[in-house]
Design a binder for this molecule. Sequence first.
Ligand code: BGC
Length: 751
Amino acid sequence: MRKLITLLLITVLIVSCVNNSEKETFINDLLSQMTLDEKIGQMNQYNGFWDATGPMPEGEYQKARYRDLKNGLVGSMLNVTGVDNVRALQKIAVEETRLGIPLIFAFDVIHGYETISPIPLAESASWDLEAIEKSARVAAIEASAAGLNWTFAPMVDISRDARWGRVMEGAGEDPFLGSLIAKARVKGFQGDDLSAFNTIAACAKHFASYGFAEAGRDYNTADTNEYTLFNTILPPFKAAVDAGVSTFMNSFNTVDEIPATGSTFLQRDILKGEWGFNGFVVSDWGSIGEMIPHGYARDGAHAAEIAANAGSDMDMESSLYVRKLNELVTSGKVDISIVDDAVSRILGVKYDLGLFDDPYKYCNKEREKEIIGSKENQEAVLDIARKSIVLLKNENQLLPLKKNNQTIAVIGQLANDKNSSIGNWRGRGIANSAISVLEGLKSYEGNKLIYKKGVDVYYGDTNFFTRLDINYSDRSGFNQARLAAKSSDVVIMVLGEEGFQTGEGRSRTNLLLPGLQQELLEEVYKVNKNVVLVLVNGRPLNISWADENIPAIVEAWQLGSQAGNAIAQVLYGDYNPSGKLTMSFPRNVGQVPIYYNYKNTGRPSKSQKTVTASAYSDVENSPLYPFGYGLSYTSFDYSDLKISSDSMNVNQSIIVSVTVANSGKYKGKEVVQLYTRDLYGSLTRPLKELKGFKMVELEPGESKTVNFTIDNSLLKYYTVNKKWESESGDFNVYIGGDSNVEIFKKFKLID
Ligand code: BGC
């Protein structure tokens, strides 16, 4: 048997070497035929510039771009979607340019193409890696059926700041969970075989520190020290490389005072050097040119020189490579080997996708018609939507709702909104196509529903480019909402953020429910205490008042196409919620940035009353809801924490176990979480770090023992020696249902 396995391994190795050398030969051969301009063309990415199936482009700008395309000066297009459009442009590249090199077509397929999954932050709350992978798979299947072969996802930026609107696109605040989710998403998009017709190249973005924008203001300076960079920000990027991600995108911000787009340290030393990444790096939109306002480049030529030398392989939409790189190479400011390396990487990804075998492989009209929006895809996104919901509070078992003979007031503009749940970065998600909460609730017929909007959160149309016009003055619907609430058994209030209120450029300094929604909530509560607050939003909000007063709170995020069905199934108990937060919810915005894996400081606070400890005078340090937190309709008890040994060396491991019992009335799932604390080190260490988790499903009365193995790899971090290593010393280990868990065992790592 062993012989057979060895033989198989050798065969696989030989085949992959032959394939690799075939690929290398192909690329080198192609490279040798290319003029300098054609090479630079591969490094140029343009936004879709005309309706490809319509008339010829008009206007000077359009015509110039069309000429570039015909002259082989474009390597990739973004935002061109649909088989007809993609085919039309690909045809020009393949049939009209001298060498016929196919284009690679990119699009932001972040949480679905047309069938929309929950926003990524919501999905991360499922802690269900299989479901997350499946969601990316569905997105890839639909995108590839629409002619696309490259998505600008996953965004793997860690963020601790809910003011930053792009937290909706990430996996929350934790690098361990973030790394596993990064892997799952890359795998979902790329599958096992990138050359298959239904897989697409993924892109880990934004490299790096973009999620640490100061004060949560998008695009702002990020001031992260080397250790935060290595221990917190980079792990998910490294995980994406390990999962075989084909491309990276750099970021708009500075890192160590240098724009990431111009950072040799990040792109050459770390990514392509230390990590051995052999895909290519695309700039973020216009970020090469933005090095001028950053005050880092003198002019366009200088910006192109810096970016190319630093390892930005493809220029998204600043046109600086196509305009300036030839002269920079001729004058020796950029070595031709830099260009050759970038082009080889880009051609390499095109090769892996199989575009040289068949440039139209993603252009199948029948597939496009059959696959996009299919029933199967809708079912898949419903599944992940249910799993993403987090139950934050449920006093007196107000939930699940009774299915019959109840009068239920449903209040809030967002309850009747078919658009917000599609969220931002919605691909080609169709406006107003989500199942609304009201529609979901109506599919249960045993109760009487009374819907009242109560208040407009915002006015007018919403889209990616405009700021919302929020209502701060019109309370004319309050009275009707109060009347409906008064005559009902239960009130479901659906409040939160409109779909375009989070995402790029959507920073906020206030995390309260926008507009007059908080006021409406308080008014309704005065007349009926049985309120279930359903939050539809894209980031942690300040809901301290609701936590104190409202008996039941459900975090339902922006859940995508099937939002209303998922929410109704959870409210009625046909799905028992199992989600857990992946970002801490602050008590108020002044606590932000807030995260569970903080440092103890030299003056940890035990009581707010102690003035000389690290505390606030007006609010306690802890978040309202911590990382890892989420309830179920049933309850889980943890007992019998055991550790197999109180010491280990670097070659050994220990087993930690706990008994989890379902002590409630419903069958339910629990995410059992393992945390460690390294009590001292060559650098100060976080109070807790997530090191593992397991999902268990238990019938009422059932219990299970859950085991975790701790080995040396889990104890490593980027130390003062600037390497990943463990350090001997004392550790605590905790297992529980959220990051607040306090019971622990101790062990020693010995030399
Ligand atoms: C965003 C990227 C996105 C790109 C292309 C930029 O503004 O930062 O995340 O992929 O636009 O749409």
